[in-house]
Design a protein around this ligand. Structure first.
Ligand code: ADP
Length: 180
């Protein structure tokens, strides 16, 4: 089990291997669809068809980041929509992959925008681990994204919704588009 203290001590290492982006997105999409079906919201995926099909990176951790952020969106959105937008910067060797997760949920108060990534919420994360099933909170997801040369940021209007911006750097061997 991944421990935030390991990451903070610099002891956590990513395990990189080849993986197929479409199957990762399908898998994450299926898990989230089931959760969103229990609400009155819709789940929408907008995948850039030029994204590389085969990536090199830590697919397990990429999946966990997406499930954490999308799981939160599903948890805090009772109506409207949750949208996952996947794009990239078209660098065919070391692409920056962007996942924007937009929701029309409860939103986040301006004074909480920074603390949701911080220490205090790690306590909440532990408490919610079994309910969420991912075992990863925002603090851990952000650390993981940073280990991948990226980051996670957020924009929100309290009462209207939030958008989490996930960026990670992956590698590509022989570029082939998802859509081909
Ligand atoms: P938790 O397991 O409590 O969701 P996280 O670290 O994933 O832990 O999230 C920390 C807190 O950030 C949440 O408890 C919630 O208050 C807030 N939050 C996260 N995502 C959203 C969202 N999409 N909409 C509103 N609030 C959110």
């Amino acid at each position: 089990i991944l421990d935030i203290s390991k990451i903070e001590a610099g002891k956590y290492e990513l395990v990189e291997d080849k993986y197929e982006l479409p199957s990762l997105l399908n898998d994450v999409g299926n898990v989230i669809s089931v959760r969103v079906q229990e609400t009155n919201a819709r789940f929408i995926m907008e995948i850039d068809k030029t994204l590389p099909k085969l990536l090199i990176g830590d697919a397990v951790r990429v999946r966990q980041i997406l499930l954490n952020i999308l799981g939160n969106a599903a948890k805090f959105t009772k109506r409207g929509s949750i949208t996952l937008v996947a794009t990239w910067n078209h660098d065919e060797s070391e692409p920056i992959i962007s996942f924007d997760v937009k929701d029309t949920g409860i939103g986040i108060k301006p004074e909480h925008m920074e603390s949701i990534f911080g220490e205090f919420n790690q306590v909440d994360t532990r408490k919610n681990r079994n309910i969420q099933g991912t075992g990863l909170g925002l603090a851990i997801s952000k650390h993981l994204a940073e280990l991948m040369g990226g980051t996670i940021t957020v924009d929100s209007v309290y009462g209207q919704g939030s958008t989490f911006y996930i960026q990670i750097v992956q590698k590509v061997k022989n570029y082939q588009a998802i859509g081909e």
